[in-house]
Write a protein that binds this ligand. Sequence first.
Ligand code: NZQ
Ligand code: ZN
Length: 390
Amino acid sequence: MNNFIYDIPTKVYFGENQLGNLGPELAKFGKRVLLTYGGGSIKKMGLYDKVVAEIKKAGLQLFELSGIEPNPRIDSVRAGAEICKKEHIDVLLAVGGGSTIDATKFMAAGALVDFDPWDFFSEKWAPLTDALPIVSILTLAATGSEMDAGGVISNPKTKDKIGRVERPMLPRVSFLDPTNTYTVSPYQTACGASDMLSHICEVYFNMSTDLYMLDTVMEGLMKSIIKYAPVAMKEPDNYEARANLMWASSWAINGFIDGGKRQAWSCHPIEHELSAIYDITHGLGLAIITPRWMKYCLSEATVSKYVQFGVNVFDIDKSLPAMEIATKAIDMFADFLFKTLGLKSTLSAVGIDDTHFEVMAEKAAGIGGTKYGFVPLAPKDISEILKMSL
Ligand code: NZQ
Ligand code: ZN
């Protein structure tokens, strides 16, 4: 196992009836709170009223920014950073899914610099050394943004979607109440499950052989998602299913499972190009790409990892020939995504053709650094994976 530093400062309030802690937690950072949220789901589910009541009870001053889009856009970040500067905001409270939390992270950092947010975040010459404190209330189990330092932001004008992973953007406190995900649609629940699985696969598919403990944790996380996502889709208010998915979403990406692994991600850079151009749901794009990536990377050199995956996650008979186990494992993974979760299985099915494949492949390889992935991917390899996904 390689050396690593694990240091996550996010305090998590997990479970029901913890919102009474919100006011006191926010008050630790100051009096002026910017509440951020998306297109209105938090109002429909009654969470908005509860949050506002807690903020008022704590005697804090409330400012608001709503309308943060799925695949959040830089204009929302600009608006939020502007409010922070003008109103001397002390702390940002993001209530929503990954899009709201991500955009809020960029607002919190953008508030402390004099650059235009897009210039600042897309040009890595300017180090991101500080951000206003962020508190989150998660309403969709998927991205893990509630407990990681990452954020992804889109610029519809340039058709770019860029990510930054910066320690100051880590939420200081996150409220994870599974009942806040009861209203998530079956489709978004499926996309969330696909996203979490992909986060784990990006790390799990690695040829290191000395990470038994981490591999076992990842297999447990994947089995939990495979077990509970279909339950949550059928029974939206099944607490056990929602709770297991919610905690899995955080642990799939909070840095724990990749302790010691040094490897760039592969499917995410490709998917980010898809959602940058076509604005598709992140988890859906990953569902289409990930099994094709697995197929593309399978060889005599990598087959042992697939065997481990097939035997430990899908209970495939370990006495079968290695290649047979590997292909069966990929098929079972794809069946889970497309048959059990009901996600669309091809790019054509979501209206995407090969028009932009070359540009996407170049960008994914360049920005995403896919040549340092599980199997090194050059633009031509990415084009091939995209073609396999048509
Ligand atoms: O906008 P509202 O009204 O809130 O509706 C949202 C949105 O339409 C809805 N929703 C959320 N919670 C709900 C709900 N509807 C009913 N009940 C609830 N409780 O769901 C829709 C999707 O929400 P969104 O936040 O976009 O989904 P998700 O959490 O999947 O976030 C996706 C974004 O996160 C990025 C993705 O690229 C994408 O931009 N990612 C962030 C990562 C990170 N921070 O580390 C890593 C990921 O790999 C990913 O790239
Ligand atoms: Zn993801």
